[in-house]
Design a protein around this ligand. Structure first.
Ligand code: SF4
Length: 53
């Protein structure tokens, strides 16, 4: 079973690293980035550690 990292909450259930039984990431660290040249709001940012199941 994955070990939840209680410092990283995440609700992306489609990610390989999402804990199946709770809304936490199982990685030790994650990289957050952006797909925008000039990010101005929340939806401009992404978890770059995401990996599809
Ligand atoms: S890698 Fe990113 S998207 Fe995947 S579970 Fe962790 S925080 Fe969520």
């Amino acid at each position: 079973m994955e070990k939840p990292n209680r410092s990283i909450q995440c609700s992306v259930e489609q990610c390989t690293y999402h804990c199946s039984d709770c809304d936490y990431c199982s990685l030790d660290t994650v990289m957050i980035g952006t797909h925008e040249a000039n990010p101005t709001e929340q939806r401009c940012t992404d978890c770059l550690s995401f990996s599809a199941k």
